[in-house]
Design a protein around this ligand. Structure first.
Ligand code: SAH
Ligand code: SF4
Length: 359
């Protein structure tokens, strides 16, 4: 392990402290943010507005270390997936989804996930470790460069592998870099954290970040949500929705996105659509229905298009803005819940999926 400080690990506050500690002025933080994140420069010698002395000091004590791309795949529908090598032991996946007028990057926050949602292949494969800030924001850094001249990232969603709120500090620093004018400069409504509902962390996030919020709800009653999203046993629906209200505070323009995976015969009845509309009636919200993406050995099936239409109609009649997520990039296993990176049992899983006739 290198003992150098990776400057990709530091947001503006972190960089200001770093420069203060070495006797430099806080404006150095802005200079470094621009070089690293806007210009993509990782060699201090090329940072020409720093003095020669400072450049060589930085070379000695710091570095800008980004994750390595080990594989880039492009789907027939224009979706990109990158497999990134972190440390020889761990790999993660990052996905870019181009759409009319925007380009969304889906980043991971952990290697694997400890929460074991039953319909999620990331959750089913276990948990290795949290990503560092450098590894989270490094996904944006790498994707911006890989897409240069081809596409632009207009939105970032923390909906890849892992539960961002269980990696709180590094998630918050990464969000701050995404929204910093001298780093990626994305508006707060274009940066979204998705959580399965870690309530205490959600309340803390409300006080330190302005990022937009997406909640993985997936069920309208605790009995079913306890099964699909087991963290519900700790933080049940009513508590979660109260935390959502706290999150938007008095800002009426702000809406929370509720994600709802459509599982055939499990949570997709018309009655449940009515219940969902009722649950959300006093929260400014929009609903994003996600047709289930199957993975090897899963017990669940995707809802039929008819079931999804019926569900949507009820929500729309109740006045809820409702969208259905298009399944993108599934030919390269880049769809929601298909990201697996490289957690301990990856070899077994690969073998299994080959036997199942998948890539
Ligand atoms: N841990 C966070 C963010 C990562 S998951 C969370 O749970 O919100 C991103 C989204 O993908 C979540 O809404 C999750 O419920 C959904 N998802 C997971 N597995 C899926 C699958 N197999 N098919 C469709 N959506 C899935
Ligand atoms: Fe983790 Fe989110 Fe998957 Fe649940 S849905 S296991 S919280 S990544």
């Amino acid at each position: 392990m290198s003992s150098k400080q990776n400057l990709l690990d530091l947001d503006r506050d972190g960089l200001e402290t770093f420069f203060n500690d070495i006797g430099e002025k806080p404006f150095r933080a802005t200079q470094l943010l621009k070089w690293i994140h806007q210009m993509g420069v990782s060699d201090f010698e090329q940072m020409t507005n720093l003095s020669k002395v400072l450049r060589s000091r930085l070379t000695e004590m710091a570095e800008v270390k980004v994750p390595d791309i080990v594989l880039e795949q492009k789907s027939d529908d224009g979706t990109y997936k990158w497999v990134l090598e972190l440390d020889g032991q761990n790999r993660i996946e990052t996905v870019f989804i181009p759409e009319e007028g925007r380009g969304t990057l889906c980043v991971s926050s952990q290697v694997g996930c400890a929460l074991e949602c039953t319909f999620c292949s990331t959750g089913q494969q276990g948990f290795n470790r949290n990503l560092s800030t450098a590894e989270i924001i490094g996904q944006v850094w790498v994707a911006v460069r890989a897409l240069e001249g081809k596409a632009r990232i207009t939105n970032v969603v923390m909906m890849g592998m892992g539960e961002p709120l269980l990696n709180f500090k590094n998630t918050v620093a990464s969000l701050s870099l995404m929204m910093d004018d001298f780093a990626y400069g994305l508006a707060k409504r274009r940066v979204t954290v998705s959580t399965s509902g870690v309530v205490p962390a959600l309340l803390r996030l409300a006080d330190v970040s302005e990022a937009s919020l997406a909640i993985s709800l997936h069920a309208t009653n605790d009995t079913l949500r306890d099964v699909l999203v087991p963290i519900n046993k700790k933080y049940p629906i009513a508590e979660l929705l109260d935390a959502c209200k706290y999150y938007i505070k008095d800002d009426k323009r702000r809406k929370i996105t509720f994600e709802y995976v459509m599982l055939s015969g499990i949570n997709d009845s018309v009655e449940e659509a009515h219940e969902l509309a009722k649950l959300l009636q006093d929260i400014p919200s929009k609903v994003n229905l996600i047709p289930f993406n199957p993975f090897p050995n899963t017990q669940y099936k995707r809802s039929s298009n008819n079931a999804i239409h019926r569900f949507t109609d009820v929500l729309k009649e109740a006045g809820l803005v409702t969208t259905t997520r298009k399944t993108r990039g599934d030919d390269i296993d880049a769809a929601c819940g298909q990201l697996v990176g490289k957690v301990k049992d990856k070899t077994k899983r690969q073998l299994k999926s080959q036997q199942d006739g998948r890539k």
